[in-house]
Ligand binder design. Structure first.
Ligand code: HEM
Length: 422
């Protein structure tokens, strides 16, 4: 009887509905035993989100969203508000950490084929786009030279959309140029959207717990699961300590590491800076935009470079989940990572030879990766299973054996899309 009374059923976390929900996510959740450090970035993203909302809320109490006062109100936060310099520096550098984590998180998911967790992945793609919009509007708020000219360049891109473009741009601006109305609406968006992001992150996790996490072996891990607490609570905390440690070091020792000195000059609509460039995390997309001479083409390529992620769950599945035992896919993956780094670097260079050509070639390679990545699965698996697999159709048969379906062959694309959302 006592054994029963002490059993987990009587624990508070089972009797209280809220604690029960919380513990099913953070305490009792069955988690694969073998998750590596690359599974730390999800929780780090959650920490970044919380940190940005917290510091942002405190700064909002001292910020003035008006063109004549915005720049000075930021200077006021830095110089007069108690601890204001710390809040601002954590917030500004926190954005870089947020993107660093999100790129590693996406990279992990591409390497280990986590995009086949379709709903989690699709919500993740939306999180990424909303985050980009939040960071872009946030960068405009200090109303420095780069804030103003960055806003002007990027909002003008919408003007390339046929028919509706020019009206859309004026609607976004709330006038005939980037001005007071633009600053105020960007502030409202930048204030509210992070809460939307928090809700979306909740949906992301909910979908993930529906299927369970993937793992670095790419095999079913149900038989080897451990409870989230204490194993992954401690492991995630180690990640948090390391990330916050590095962030605090940057805030104390090198707070301007990621920022552009041009933004220390107040916005001047009469003076265009010599080099307009976004922060490092947007540079890859900026290079893709600039490498196409036609404005609409550039905008489409820019949008495509992010939207292409939405299509990854449509890939036919490989026999083995992930690239960990496929040297061909690994080679391609690391070339892709290198491509991303070169694109980022090219975004800082002027549009002139040789950077122009290098940017265009690497932009093309960026898209080619998405086309040939699944081919590397096919080629490698046909090679190593050459005893049983002679033709492409044998391969498809084999795919059928390991999985209920192969998206290319037994379902139409429309059926597949419908199934994704059901
Ligand atoms: C605010 C942004 C985000 C937050 C807070 C977040 C949070 C998380 C967390 C906590 C996990 C579980 C731990 C882990 O696997 O690292 C996770 C898993 C996952 N996330 Fe995200 N995420 C975000 C953005 C994204 C984005 C942009 C994508 C993809 C485009 C994405 C795709 C995935 C996938 C596929 C998994 C499952 C991976 C697996 O178990 O194999 N997430 N996310």
């Amino acid at each position: 009887m006592f054994a029963n009374f002490n059993s987990v059923k009587y624990s508070l976390r089972y009797r209280n509905r809220f604690l029960k929900m919380l513990s099913s996510v953070l305490y009792d959740l069955p988690t694969p035993v073998n998750l590596t450090v690359f599974w730390n970035f999800g929780s780090l993203l959650g920490v970044c989100l919380f940190m940005q909302i917290f510091t942002g809320l405190l700064m909002a109490a001292h910020y003035t969203p008006e063109v004549d006062h915005a720049f000075d109100s930021v200077v006021h936060i830095m110089r007069d508000v108690n601890g204001g310099w710390f809040l601002r520096s954590v917030h500004a550098n926190g954005a870089s950490f947020f993107f660093g984590c999100i790129y590693l998180h996406i990279g992990r998911s591409i390497f280990y084929h986590s995009f086949f967790l379709t709903r989690t992945w699709l919500v993740g793609c939306t999180l990424f786009i909303v985050l980009m919009a939040i960071v872009f509007t946030g960068y405009v708020l200090p109303w420095g030279q780069m804030s103003f000219w960055g806003a002007t360049v990027i909002t003008n891109l919408f003007g390339a959309i046929p028919y509706v473009g020019p009206s859309l741009v004026e609607w976004l601006w709330g006038g005939f140029c980037v001005g007071d109305a633009t600053l105020k609406r960007f502030f409202v968006f930048h204030f509210l959207a992070p809460f939307m992001l928090a809700v979306l992150a909740g949906v992301h996790i909910m979908f993930l717990h529906d299927t369970g996490s993937g793992n670095p072996l790419g095999i079913d891990s149900d038989a080897e699961a451990v409870p989230f607490h204490i194993y992954y609570v401690v492991k995630d905390l180690v990640g948090v300590v390391v990330m916050v440690g590095v962030l605090v070091m940057i805030v104390f020792c090198e707070p301007d590491l990621f920022s552009d000195p041009t933004n220390y000059m107040p916005a001047d609509p009469m003076k265009t800076p010599l080099h307009i460039q976004p922060e490092w995390y947007f540079l890859f997309a900026y290079t893709i935009l600039r490498s196409i001479p036609n404005k609409l083409g550039g905008v489409l390529a820019l949008a495509g470079s992010v939207l292409i992620l939405y299509f990854m769950p449509l890939y036919p599945k490989s026999l083995w989940r992930g690239s960990q035992y496929n040297p061909l896919a690994q080679l391609l993956f690391w070339v892709f990572v290198g491509d991303f780094v070169v694109l980022t670097y090219m975004g800082m260079c002027p549009v002139e030879p040789p950077f122009e050509v290098v940017g265009a070639v690497f932009s093309g390679m960026y898209f080619v990766f998405y086309i040939i990545y699944p081919l590397t699965w096919f080629v490698w698996e046909v090679c190593i299973f050459s005893d049983e697999v002679y033709t492409f159709l044998d391969y498809v048969d084999a795919v059928f054996l390991v999985d209920d379906y192969s998206p290319l062959f037994d379902e139409s694309i429309v059926e597949k899309l419908v199934n994704m959302f059901l």
